[in-house]
Design a protein around this ligand. Structure first.
Ligand code: SF4
Length: 470
């Protein structure tokens, strides 16, 4: 009997869709449950000392699952194998593979097999083969998960019936998973997204709610996970009255391709031109263009509402005064670039940077962020460290910044209202029960302000009647 492939570490929606993609190629796959603080404790018990938090959470989560399965009498070494991403690099990410092997041995699973997907060389080792078809299936799955997740975060804060957006999305997730499992081509996945749009269009939204938009950036795992690993920060912010901008995983892949492209260009400049380098450059450039094209195609189904991927060249230029893009490890220059990008393009009222305990690249970028803040004093920025404990302290610090962001969102909105000479009551009548995909326009961070600016004709029936002078 073929072994079942285990994987984990992203969000539930990404994992479900990735499972579909992997199964379409004939594998049997299962994703791990979300890591919790027991995973952290198990990770600390079996990993080497001095690791960063994501190592403890992810390694501990696998060991926890295997221990639970063993207790049920499952022979885990012959039933499962685990796939993880490996890399060489200056941070502890390069040591994950060793940590997995070490912890598994310590926990009594010395024959448990691990397959490695090598992120920098797009290759694989072990029982799992990264073929071009699998890579394409994975890209579709991850992009779809990014888009649907992003929509959820954009729509939920304005839904009139609480829970309605999640209900529609939850209802569609198994259908998208099923399509990916059947190896559906892009055309079919687009038809499914169109159906999802139709279902969302049946719901009503109150765009008069003036909410602070919070961009969540930071270390890749810490800002992506929706688990105890970051105190469930995305949903918590939403409960606190924010509209959250999560980072898409597509942005991380786009960054990897950008760095690869820059490396090849540097080689051509320093070591000289060769046909091989030219070929590699063209391959990376076309891959990035195709991936971005697919992302935009999926966004187009929802009137481009899911956030666009920021241009990597611009992010690196914005980060340049503070962080060189060849300094890799963690998110490299990205954290700084995204912070400045959010501020100058008014993409969010507040930037929250999530850093895991024990993360060296995060410490470096935090140093640079201090200078960014002195250059952009208008930024509302907070960096938090996730250590598994001190949740109350962290959330209390975030609440204080969120209060500032709320004030900033209100100021932005009421300034616009008065500059357009519109009464609040007319605005409320026009926008308190809207369809989801109304046009959002203007260089404002807030959704209420963008809705108002982009749909001024909607106000006409509600403007006070002024009789003409006779
Ligand atoms: S970026 Fe930081 S948290 Fe992430 S793997 Fe590297 S050291 Fe660990």
């Amino acid at each position: 009997m073929a072994k079942t492939l285990l994987f984990g570490g992203l969000t539930t929606i990404h994992e479900l869709f990735i499972k579909g993609a992997v199964e379409s190629l004939g594998y049997s796959a299962r994703f791990l449950p979300n890591p919790d603080n027991t995973s952290l404790a198990i990770g600390r018990e079996f990993c080497n000392r001095g690791m960063c938090n994501p190592t403890y959470y992810t390694v501990g989560n696998l060991v926890k699952f295997l221990l639970d399965e063993s207790k049920k009498g499952v022979d885990v070494e012959s039933k499962y194998f685990f796939v993880t991403v490996g890399a060489c690099g200056p941070c502890r990410f390069g040591m994950y593979e060793t940590e997995y092997r070490h912890a598994l041995k310590e926990a009594g699973f010395k024959n448990f097999k691990i397959s490695i997907l090598n992120q920098s060389e797009l290759s694989s080792e072990g029982d799992f083969e990264l073929t071009p078809s699998l890579m394409w299936a994975l890209v579709k799955a991850v992009w779809l998960a990014d888009i649907v997740r992003d929509l959820g975060y954009q729509l939920r804060p304005y839904e009139i019936e609480k829970g309605s957006v999640d209900e529609v999305i939850e209802g569609f997730k198994p259908r998208i998973y099923g399509a990916l499992k059947e190896g559906a081509p892009v055309k079919e996945t687009i038809l499914l997204l169109k159906e999802l749009r139709k279902e969302l269009e049946k719901l009503r939204f109150d765009y008069t709610r003036v909410k602070p938009v919070v961009s969540v950036i930071g270390e890749f795992w810490a800002h992506t996970t929706e688990s105890a690993g970051n105190y469930h920060i995305h949903r918590w912010l939403e409960e606190e009255g924010a509209e959250v901008r999560p980072e898409p995983i597509a942005g991380w892949i786009d960054y990897q391709l950008f760095i690869e492209e820059e490396r090849i260009k540097r080689d051509i400049k320093v070591k000289g031109f060769s046909l091989d380098r030219l070929k590699r450059l063209l391959a990376v450039k076309s891959m990035a263009a195709v991936f971005r094209g697919l992302y935009n195609l999926y966004r187009s189904v929802f009137s481009f509402r899911p956030k666009a991927l920021p241009p990597q060249k611009e992010l690196s230029e914005l980060a340049k005064p503070y962080f060189d893009h060849f300094v890799v490890g963690g998110e490299g220059h990205l954290e700084v670039g995204k912070h400045v990008y959010n501020v100058i393009h008014k993409k969010a009222h507040m930037v929250l940077s999530v850093k895991p305990f024990g993360c060296m690249p995060s410490t470096q970028s935090d140093g640079a962020q201090a200078k960014v803040l002195s250059d952009y004093p208008e930024s509302i920025f907070i960096s938090i460290e996730t250590s598994g404990d001190s949740e109350v302290n962290v959330k209390s610090r975030v609440q204080m910044k969120l209060f500032e962001a709320k004030r900033a969102a209100e100021k932005e909105f009421y300034n616009l209202l008065s500059s357009l000479n519109v009464s609040e009551s007319a605005f409320k009548k026009a926008f308190s029960s809207s369809e989801p995909f109304i046009k959002l326009k203007g260089k404002f961070a807030g959704t209420a302000a963008r809705a108002l600016y982009g749909n001024q004709t909607k106000l006409q029936p509600y403007l006070d009647f002024v009789p003409e002078a006779t």
